[in-house]
Design a protein around this ligand. Structure first.
Ligand code: DX5
Ligand code: ZN
Length: 220
């Protein structure tokens, strides 16, 4: 099980005001976020379209926190270098995208970035079994990706617990994305996650510091 004091909060800027993204990123930085979670959607792998490398390049100077870039795009491989150059620190691809997950991971590492793999709700945890020694982060989707503000799919708690066992002592972040709020965070961390992505739970009000604190308190 993860050490609760070390749980990291990764606000998803999908729920921020895109007309003032620089201000929003500075605000979550000041509010004490650990990572800045950036949802990249292509309107093909998921039924929504968001942003790409030029926007990430504009965000980069507004924070020194790690940019945690979640690619919901297919294919992802041809674009990985571009995301690295734009300023991503962690690049996460979906296990369901592309043909060769191992190659995507190698590519991310070859450009000097941390490599993440994300699993949709229907995807079993066994898909990462043979890449565990190559990844820095595993992202469990607890909603079907595409939109903020959806309800947490509780069947994923078992997957989180199984992944925590598979990870063992490896220094891999186990991140959870979708429907994370003060009600669900406790169970998620108890199952073994150590990074919580939260969009609507953080951006719905004006006090981002209080929202981040509320999530941290919910797991302590
Ligand atoms: C969903 C995205 C999430 C989303 C989470 O496709 O990957 O990061 O923004 O939003 P909430 O926290 O509102 O469920
Ligand atoms: Zn995400």
């Amino acid at each position: 099980m993860a050490d609760n004091a070390k749980v990291k909060i990764a606000p998803s800027i999908l729920s921020a005001d895109f007309a003032k993204l620089g201000d929003e990123v500075r605000a979550i930085d000041r509010a004490g976020c650990d990572y800045v979670h950036i949802d990249v959607m292509d309107g093909h792998f998921v039924p929504n379209l968001t942003l790409g490398p030029p926007v990430i390049r504009c965000i980069r100077p507004h924070t020194e926190k790690p940019l945690d870039v979640h690619l919901m795009i297919n294919p992802a491989q041809p674009h990985i270098e571009q995301y690295a150059r734009a300023g991503a620190d962690i690049i996460t691809v979906h296990a369901e995208a592309d043909q060769h997950l191992d190659r995507s991971i190698q590519l991310i590492r070859s450009v000097g970035k941390k490599a993440g793999v994300s699993l949709n709700p229907h995807t079993p945890e066994t898909v990462v079994e043979y890449v565990l020694d190559e990844v820095d982060l595993i992202l469990v989707m607890t909603v079907n990706p595409g939109f903020g503000g959806q309800s947490f799919i509780s069947s994923q708690l078992e997957k989180i617990a199984r992944l925590r066992k598979m990870i063992g002592n490896r220094p891999i972040d186990l991140e959870v994305d979708g429907g994370v709020n003060s009600e669900t965070a406790g169970d998620i961390v108890a199952a073994g996650a150590n990074v919580l992505v939260a969009g609507s739970a953080i951006f719905k009000g004006n006090d981002y510091t209080a929202a981040i604190r509320a999530l941290k308190n919910a797991v302590n």
